[in-house]
Design a protein. Structure first.
Length: 308
């Protein structure tokens, strides 16, 4: 899928609205003509703004952005990067740049930005809109964005790291559908394959690492076929039949952010990749054992309890 399609409500018609470029001289760019007419752009959920902060001075050297759901995990990741980059003991103690809001947390260590995004498509979407505008206003160039997090594994060894080659929806299609007014806009979810291959080559023997499709759902319980939610209208047999079809389609893990992450990165000139810490599901039980995983590059999903 090279471009973006618009699905008109109450019809079967899709409109192609053109190919999307991956980069514009390496700079992060936005696709909103209204921003040029604004005297000030307030990044409300990040507690930043173009008039109140010198964004190029604060963030202009950013080359890598790592995002993940948990504020504590992203602070721990920033502390890890402090050690890796030799920034320990400097005056820039880990300050939460987003301390003026309780929505997200953000830490900067040299050219690396570490940001939390909460759980699910709506939460990460809000963060990505404001993050991309931040990188654009800061005139950042050649930025790589990486999502690190946990996921439900599908037929893979517990504790594996899954590097996403393509994000797919619940129908196993490489697309993200965004409702805009009364239209459904379909966007490609292709990720940077060179970046994925590069990370796979860097994997260590400490834990199994593989590449596969990541399926993104809209919720944790019904959308992922769990039997222990407040609502459940399917049998265990139906669940297993669906998960086997997902596995046969190339899906190796399930989470709730990858499609919008891939679509927005692609549209705005960001090299995006996803790496997940795999929480496997069991045939006998749906309870996920939580683990955490830190990585210096790309969206990898580490698994915990197998679905199959």
């Amino acid at each position: 899928m090279d471009g973006t399609r618009v699905f008109l409500a109450n019809s079967n018609q899709h409109i192609n609205i053109g190919k999307e470029k991956h980069s514009r001289n390496g700079f992060v760019y936005v696709k909103n003509p209204h921003l040029d007419l604004m005297e000030e752009d307030i990044l409300y959920h990040l507690a930043l703004g173009t008039k109140t902060h010198n964004l190029p001075a604060m963030f202009g050297d950013i080359k890598f952005v790592c995002v993940g759901g948990s504020p504590n995990r992203m602070k721990a990741f920033a502390q890890f990067m402090q050690k890796e980059l030799g920034h320990e003991g400097e005056d820039n103690d880990l300050e939460n740049i987003c301390a003026g809001t309780d929505r997200y947390s953000m830490y900067k260590v040299g050219p690396v930005l570490s940001i939390s995004h909460g759980m699910g498509i709506p939460s990460i979407s809000i963060m990505l809109h404001e993050l991309i505008k931040l990188l654009h206003h800061a005139k950042c160039c050649d930025v790589t964005i990486i999502r690190i997090g946990t996921s439900g594994g599908l037929g893979v060894e517990p504790g594996s790291v899954v590097i996403t080659d393509v994000a797919v929806d619940s129908f196993f299609k490489p697309q993200f559908e965004q409702v805009i007014l009364d239209h459904v806009v379909t966007r490609s979810t292709e990720l940077d394959q060179d970046l994925a291959s590069e990370l796979l080559k860097c994997s260590r023997n400490d834990f199994p690492t593989l590449m596969g499709h990541t399926m993104c759902t809209y919720d944790f319980y019904e959308g992922q076929g769990r039997l222990d939610g407040a609502l459940c209208c399917f049998s265990n047999e139906k669940k297993l039949e669906y998960l086997k079809r997902a596995y046969n389609a190339g899906v190796r893990n399930i989470e709730m952010e990858s499609t919008v992450f891939a679509a927005m990165c692609r549209l705005c000139g960001l090299k995006g990749l996803e790496q997940n810490d795999h929480e496997q599901k069991s045939q006998e039980a749906d309870k996920a054992r939580l683990t955490t995983f830190g990585s210096a590059a790309i969206k990898a999903n580490r698994t915990q309890e197998p679905v199959l």
